[in-house]
Design a protein around this ligand. Structure first.
Ligand code: SAH
Ligand code: DHB
Ligand code: MG
Length: 224
């Protein structure tokens, strides 16, 4: 099949799954609408990926979730909905403006009480979390600047326990990770290699359909 034909088919398959599994949702739609109106980049996870994130959190019975890269809170809404009463999501965001939009979106979704959005460079916020003994988390989702992924992996491991589920978005990048010459994917390639080679982790990269093919890296911290 031609490349164009494949792209079209992938889009149709994604729409098919969304139609089946993702019911219309006012809070999520409003979050996307307000994020767009505020001029935030439209780089949130897809509806289907959001569903997958929520399912992962439910599968591991997550009570404490850490997200690195909040944007307008679209993925955060999914995680927060998966939490039981008393559960917490901490989400880290560099841009105050993004955080403000996210807080409003989370409040409208009725999730304000269980989510804390912290503003700053994730490297510094993560260092402070380790320093203050804020771990371990049950699930950690890495989705901020792609150059930071290898560093975020190191911090995440320090905020984990055996059984913690580590997830990272955008780890295929339209196949850019396949090309050793593609500097834009260098950090992502390094991230996937570290996850693959770390004897303390068992993981996989799962390709996902986006505007282009992308993927999510999934890893579980092994029992000691
Ligand atoms: N998880 C979101 C999308 C996040 S987009 C969703 O799917 O809905 C990536 C976000 O990471 C952007 O909002 C960007 O401002 C933020 N970011 C970029 N560099 C960062 C850094 N060094 N520390 C914290 N956040 C950062
Ligand atoms: C893009 C997508 C993302 O999910 C993200 O976190 C950053 C960038 C993109 O498609 O450019
Ligand atoms: Mg992403």
């Amino acid at each position: 099949m031609s490349t164009d034909g494949t792209t079209k088919l992938l889009g149709e398959i994604d729409a098919y799954v969304e139609e089946l599994f993702v019911p219309p949702d006012e809070a999520l739609e409003a979050a996307l609408r307000d994020s767009r109106q505020a001029g935030l980049p439209e780089i949130n996870v897809s509806a289907n990926e959001g569903r997958l994130l929520q399912l992962f959190a439910e599968l591991v019975g997550a009570r404490r979730i850490l997200e690195i890269g909040t944007l307008g809170g679209y993925s955060a809404i999914h995680f927060a909905r998966a939490l039981p009463d008393g559960g917490t999501l901490i989400s880290l965001e560099l841009e105050e403006r993004h955080a403000e939009v996210a807080r409003a979106n989370l409040e409208r979704a009725g999730l304000k009480e269980r989510v804390e959005v912290r503003v700053g460079d994730a490297r510094e916020l993560l260092a402070a979390m380790v320093e203050n003994g804020e771990g371990p988390f049950d699930l950690i989702f890495i989705d901020a600047d792609k150059e930071g992924y290898p560093e975020y992996l190191e911090w995440s491991l320090r905020l984990s326990r055996p059984g913690t589920l580590l997830l990272a978005d955008n780890t295929v990048r339209g196949g850019a990770v396949l090309d050793p010459q593609d500097g834009s994917a260098q950090a992502t390639r390094e991230f996937n290699e570290r996850v693959a080679h770390d004897p303390g982790l068992s993981g996989i990269v799962l390709p996902l359909i986006r505007e282009r093919i992308d993927g999510i890296t999934i890893a579980r911290v092994r029992d000691a």
